[in-house]
Design a binder for this molecule. Structure first.
Ligand SMILES: N[C@@H](CCC(=O)N[C@@H](CS)C(=O)NCC(=O)O)C(=O)O
Length: 435
């Protein structure tokens, strides 16, 4: 059975390795094996399990289960924090509104955790979360694609580039959803979740009572993208193809990741050239997450004035006046801008950006435009594809900053950017849906 979309180990973000407690130094590699075709006929998305990945469980993992469980629960910060720690946490949380905290947090967390990497299918029902409480949404976004039958709530920061990416996707397809704006200071809206980053999407089939918690922007987009290929397949079925794996990364930090998060599962719908096309789309989606996003923070926090400007912009578009008290807003803006100014410098070094970080921003965007070439309107051709939406979404998060204006003046990215914007705000993707 042909599918154009086999999971290739080479394309995985990094070699997935696991370390067993008491067996330091013994390492193994998970093996991706194809599973057998489903009972449904060739050519239908129901076949898509054919080439999806399953991860073979290390034989000894059975002994690890108690430790594993406690390890995964340990993702919740201990409740015994002192007030001082809480204050520091609050200030850091404030900073989280901006960009770059992703890397910032990764660095500090890796030192705190001593955990065991394990994987597996026991986590098949990972999306299940019974602790979700109904909070009044900050706002509701309407769209023509009401027929998809999903009830979606996005937990987000308005200007987080990963959240902007998910919103660009939802808007492009005209999918209605609710937004819960997370207060970056207290983050009380995320109490229900062990995963403490945004975006988080709570998704439920309208007729089913079960709600799923989807973490990570690319996971969210791939799951919804696959779902939209044939909505009759149902969200529950699609989720089975996106199994998260817990493992220890190179920094010694335990992370959970869906290893095929850049893959859409199409069954054998596409053939021939589609393989190359889709591979490119995946590569550039990954590039957006691992390269492009890292030039944004150092650019918008390049000087203290720019950092303040950025935070004032976040305040405006995130409606902080409505969401926070004046004192909270003040703290977020001034503490946040100061901290992010320094974090920006650290990120500049970490990601080896040029002395003038603007040059790195221009280079990165030129690289993107070169890939599109002069013959196509979008990387996706006449319509934006997921890579277009990812890069556009992330870039839109800095639209109100001077870095964005400089970018328009110094590169030819403007026409592409505004073309994607037009396609997004007018829900051009909706025409592609077969509802
Ligand atoms: N890989 C994740 C990254 C998400 C992420 O790092 N989000 C940042 C905001 S931009 C975050 O929530 N950081 C933790 C915090 O602010 O507390 C994704 O693609 O969704």
């Amino acid at each position: 059975m042909a599918t154009r979309n086999p999971v290739s180990v080479l394309e995985l973000p990094q070699q997935l390795s696991f370390r067993l407690p008491g067996f330091q130094g013994r390492e193994g590699r998970f093996i991706f094996i194809p599973i057998s075709p489903g009972r449904r006929g060739r050519g239908s998305p129901q076949n898509m399990g054919m080439r999806t990945c399953h991860i073979r469980r290390p034989k000894c993992s059975v002994f690890l289960q108690p430790r594993w469980r406690s390890t995964l629960n340990a993702a919740v910060p201990p409740k015994t924090q002192s007030n001082r720690k809480l204050l520091i946490g609050t200030a850091i949380g404030a900073v989280g509104v901006g960009f770059g905290l992703y890397s910032y947090f990764s660095l500090s967390e890796s030192k705190q955790k001593h955990t065991t990497g394990v994987a597996l299918t026991e986590k098949l029902d990972y999306t299940r979360n019974d602790n979700i409480v109904d909070i009044k949404p900050s706002r509701e976004i309407s769209g023509p694609a009401t027929g998809i039958g999903l009830d979606l709530t996005l937990y987000q920061y308005q200007t987080c580039p990963f959240c902007c990416k998910v919103r660009a996707f939802l808007e492009f397809y005209g999918i209605p959803y609710k937004i819960i704006e997370v207060n970056p200071v207290m983050r009380q809206q995320l109490k229900f979740s062990k995963y403490k980053k945004v975006p988080i999407l709570i998704a439920g089939d309208k007729e089913a009572s079960k709600k799923h918690q989807l973490n990570d922007s690319s996971v969210i987009i791939s799951i919804l993208g696959t779902f939209l290929e044939d909505i009759s397949f149902g969200l529950d079925s699609v989720l089975k193809y996106y199994v998260p794996v817990a493992y220890i990364n190179e920094d010694g930090k335990e992370v959970e990741e869906v290893m095929n998060k850049y893959f859409l599962m199409f069954g054998d719908k596409y053939k021939e050239n589609a393989d190359t096309y889709l591979k490119k789309e995946r590569q550039w989606r990954k590039w957006a997450d691992s390269v492009f996003v890292h030039v944004l923070s150092p650019n918008i926090y390049r000087t203290y004035d720019e950092a303040l400007q950025a935070f004032n912009y976040f305040s405006e578009v995130g409606e902080w006046e409505k969401n926070f008290s004046t004192i909270e807003r003040f703290i977020v803006i001034y503490v946040g801008a100061t901290a992010m100014y320094f974090v920006g410098k650290r990120l500049k070094k970490k990601h080896a950006l040029k002395d003038d970080v603007r040059e790195s921003l221009y280079d990165t965007c030129r690289q993107w435009m070169k890939e599109i070439g002069s013959k196509k309107k979008f990387m996706g051709g006449d319509m934006p594809n997921l890579a277009d939406l990812a890069v556009y979404g992330m870039l839109s998060s800095i639209e109100g900053c001077s870095a964005f204006q400089d970018l328009l003046k110094n590169t030819n990215i403007g026409p592409w950017y505004y073309n994607v914007k037009e396609a997004v705000v007018n829900h051009h993707g909706y025409q592609k849906l077969k509802l």
